[in-house]
Write a protein that binds this ligand. Structure first.
Ligand code: SF4
Length: 226
């Protein structure tokens, strides 16, 4: 599920950041595009698969990495990731494992970050280095254990979700305890319905109007393509 409504400040910030980024981006000229926004799947067992939507797969046309396959994921983030955050983040190892399974020999993966810390009216005073950072995940050093463990955790979580889906809706809610942790909740896309539910205000309408299911799904019944 993804949130579908944003404040005017958020929309303005994203517009300004994207036009600043486009003016300094070199990816478009120095690479050949292999895939954009394509869904990839990794079959796990008969019940489910791991599904992901790739942002960008490119082949550099010049330089040291010429001819290799690079995976790029874009992130709007309050502050740039630190190296430790990247080592803890399971998304890129899962993406790399899945895209490799589908036949692309991914050589390196990058997080292309857009920093959202500054209000829109201050962005013009900031340098490109304050706003954008492309960080390699370090796949060449990343051992297979990281990919395997990220997928193993995903499988365990998927199995718990499938078990929970067999329960009636009111039991789902009883089983799911809100974490209510400031660090986690501040970037949660479900904050509004969560606040409503905490106040015993029915949230079904908000959930139906502001969110939509991911179209790549988690099993053959969920997917647009299934
Ligand atoms: S805001 Fe999000 S993370 Fe926090 S308790 Fe609610 S659903 Fe959980």
């Amino acid at each position: 599920m993804i949130s579908g409504k944003y404040s005017a400040e958020t929309v303005s910030k994203v517009q300004i950041l994207i036009s600043r980024y486009m003016a300094q981006d070199t990816l478009a000229t120095g690479t050949r595009i292999l895939e954009v926004e394509r869904d990839f799947y990794l079959p796990i067992n008969d019940d489910y698969w791991y599904g992901m939507r790739l942002d960008l797969l490119v082949e550099p046309l010049v330089g040291r990495l010429k001819g290799s396959v690079l995976l790029i994921d874009h992130k709007f983030t309050y502050d740039f990731y630190q190296p430790d955050n990247l080592l803890l983040n399971p998304q890129m190892p899962k993406y790399v494992g899945t895209v490799r399974y589908n036949g692309y020999p991914v050589h390196e993966a990058y997080l292309n970050m857009f920093r959202t810390r500054f209000p829109s009216h201050l962005i013009s005073k900031k340098s490109n280095d304050d706003l954008f950072k492309r960080m390699p995940v370090g796949l060449q050093e990343m051992n297979q254990a990281r990919i395997r463990n990220a997928l193993k955790t995903q499988m365990t979580a998927s199995e718990r979700i499938l078990e929970r889906r067999k329960l009636p809706l009111d039991l789902w809610q009883e089983e799911a305890l809100p974490v209510q942790n400031n660090m986690i909740c501040r970037s949660c896309p479900f904050k509004n319905p969560c606040i409503m539910m905490e106040a015993d205000v029915p949230a079904e309408k908000a959930l139906g109007g502001e969110y939509q299911s991911r179209s790549y799904g988690y099993n053959s019944e969920d997917s647009d393509n299934g």
